[in-house]
Design a protein around this ligand. Structure first.
Ligand code: CO
Length: 211
């Protein structure tokens, strides 16, 4: 059996097992999607949103990219955000980074990753620059790397708050709250590192007053 065929085989087994345990499972999900959470995580294969949070299909709306970035010109991210917030009315957005993130690590290097990846990693280099004093003061390289992972999550949470999508929902619906978490590959545990409750004031420069 080829490796990808194994996936299709597993899928059949899974569908059969679910059906046996809960015959209405698929019928229920086919008709309604009301997730309470939007997850913005890293594409890293070791950080599966549903597995590490013990959630089921239908519970989390997911967007993943390299290093869980919220880039304000990323049409993909913004479309997911708008749909999740404005239509699905999620109550919580979770930005979940992870220690040992390859994207963050590469952004700390001076290696040329060629055009497209350089462009993406540049966003993380900016996070480093905004927190350069704190980061440069950390002499242990792993500790500095871990801290940048945390600060990156914090900045992405704030980037979400700078969008009109989130500000409009905060004004009219007093939701969603935004959470910044970091997952540990070594112990499987999630550490909350930052939070912005709905309605939190942000730098007035980024506030829209005619929402
Ligand atoms: Co990663």
């Amino acid at each position: 059996m080829k490796t990808y065929e194994k996936l299709l085989h597993n899928n059949k087994e899974w569908a059969k097992a679910v059906n046996e345990e809960d015959p209405e499972f698929f019928d229920r999900l086919a008709h309604i999607q009301t997730p309470e959470f939007l997850w913005i995580g890293c594409s890293d294969s070791r950080v599966p949103a549903d597995r590490i949070t013990g959630t089921q299909p239908g519970e989390i709306f997911v967007h993943r990219n390299i290093a869980n970035m919220v880039v304000h010109t990323d049409v993909n991210l913004l479309s997911v955000l708008d749909f999740a917030v404005s239509y699905l009315k999620v109550k919580h957005i979770i930005v979940c980074g992870h220690y040992g993130c390859g994207g963050v690590k590469e952004a700390m290097s001076n290696h040329d990753h060629r055009y497209v990846l350089n462009m993406w990693l540049r966003n993380i280099k900016d996070v480093y620059r905004w927190h350069r004093d704190e980061l440069d003061a950390i002499t242990d390289e792993t500790a500095r790397f871990d801290r940048l992972v945390e600060l990156n999550v914090e900045e992405q949470v704030m980037h979400l708050a700078k969008t009109s999508v989130v500000q409009r929902a905060w004004k009219h619906e007093q939701q969603p709250d935004i959470h910044g978490w970091v997952y540990g590959l070594k112990d499987g545990l999630i550490k909350p590192v930052f939070e912005m409750k709905a309605g939190t004031r942000i730098d007035p420069l980024y506030e829209y007053d005619d929402l």
